[in-house]
Ligand binder design. Structure first.
Ligand code: UFG
Length: 337
């Protein structure tokens, strides 16, 4: 199939783009490189551009005779979204509406959308099923929910085939391709802990130890990036019939921040000192997936999502790429880019 991967130079998008290409699909990546990395996209397949440039998008869809879109491109940091909501609405909502407009104009009606557990807000029931009420508690989650609504409306009115994949916590580095997690700024737990193990940070900050969870730290469901990529392949197969379908992608198991840190210590053999700080605004205490619908309907199951394998794969990648996709340390360490 000829597939456009928006955000295909980013963390999950790049692994998926490589996987699709390795399975014989014709892949084109569309990415503005604001957060993505040139070297992460499959060689020779990057079209640099912004989602909000609807006419360029329409031209790309036509010229490359695209049959389906995997839509990863988005800003995806909860904390940042609470500080700069206008930036999130513009990139995530306006950007997606431009994409939908371009798709409709070009008669491309199949799309897999990167949604998130953040659409649920505070879990009323754990594990969280797909039909759980969607009441996001931060702007990031609200932008993703707004796009889900738009997609469902396009499915009804314009015969779009839509699969929304609600990722829980994407983690680990690919075992299939030399690709891993390199966010700038880095805010995620596992890369931050591994930076301490590498000697690049002095300590890890734990945000809150009085959450209503067994050890007081937040519980998340970590799912390996290769498992997420495989789920996209399965979702593409589902795009034969019109309609909107949503699936949770997680391991179905929760791990607390302290458990993750303990696993990082065990895997790396390093001490990883921690300091406790107040809880991060917008952080729900407990998020664990009920991923049974994805298992049933996508014939998908997480293969690499034990915490041990997630951390081991990330550690291997970070040791081989201590500065991520950079070849040398940043000139001014600690500077937020
Ligand atoms: N955490 C720390 N210290 C750190 C970094 C994180 O204690 O240095 C904690 C966070 O408070 C949270 C947990 O570790 O409880 C996981 O945090 P991450 O930043 O790794 O991931 P989030 O759960 O905040 O974010 C992920 C995705 C988002 C998605 C969100 C849904 O990255 O895209 O899950 O809640 F929106």
């Amino acid at each position: 199939m000829r597939v456009l991967v928006t955000g295909g130079a980013g963390y999950i998008g790049s692994v998926t783009a490589h996987l699709l290409a390795s399975r014989g699909h014709e892949v084109w990546v569309y990415d503005n490189l604001s957060r993505g990395h040139l070297d992460a996209a499959p060689a020779g397949r990057l079209l640099q551009g912004d989602l909000r440039d609807a006419s360029r998008l329409a031209a790309v869809l036509r010229e490359k005779r695209i049959e389906a879109v995997l839509h990863f491109a988005a800003l995806a940091l909860v904390g940042e979204s609470t500080q700069r909501p206008q930036w999130y609405y513009s990139n995530n909502v306006l950007g997606s509406l431009c994409l939908l407009q371009a798709m409709q104009q070009s008669d491309v009606r199949r799309i897999v959308f990167s949604s998130t557990t953040a659409v649920y807000g505070v879990a009323r029931q754990v594990p969280i099923p797909v039909e759980h009420p969607r009441e996001p508690i931060n702007p990031y989650g609200r932008t993703k929910l707004a796009v889900e609504h738009a997609l469902a409306d396009y499915a009804r009115a314009c015969e779009f085939s839509v699969v929304a994949l609600r990722y829980f916590n994407a983690a680990g580095a690919s075992r299939l391709f030399p690709l891993g997690e390199d966010h700038r700024p880095e805010t995620h737990l596992i890369p931050n802990a591994l930076q301490v193990a590498l000697g690049q940070r002095e300590h890890l900050t734990i945000f809150g130890q009085e959450h209503p969870t067994p050890d007081g730290t937040c519980v998340r469901d970590y799912v390996h990036v290769d498992d997420l990529a495989r789920a996209h392949l399965a979702a593409l197969e589902q795009l034969q019939r019109p309609g909107f379908r949503a699936y949770n992608l997680g391991s179905g198991r929760g791990a607390s921040v302290r458990e993750v840190v303990e696993t990082c210590r065990r895997v790396t053999g390093q001490a990883i000192p921690v300091r406790i700080a107040p809880a991060r605004p917008g952080d729900p205490p407990l998020l664990v997936a009920d991923e049974s619908l994805a298992r049933r309907e996508l014939d998908w199951s997480p293969q690499n999502s034990s915490l041990e394998e997630i951390v081991a794969s990330a550690w291997d990648w970070h040791r081989e790429h201590p500065y991520g996709y950079r070849v040398a340390p940043p000139k001014r360490p600690g500077r937020v880019e």
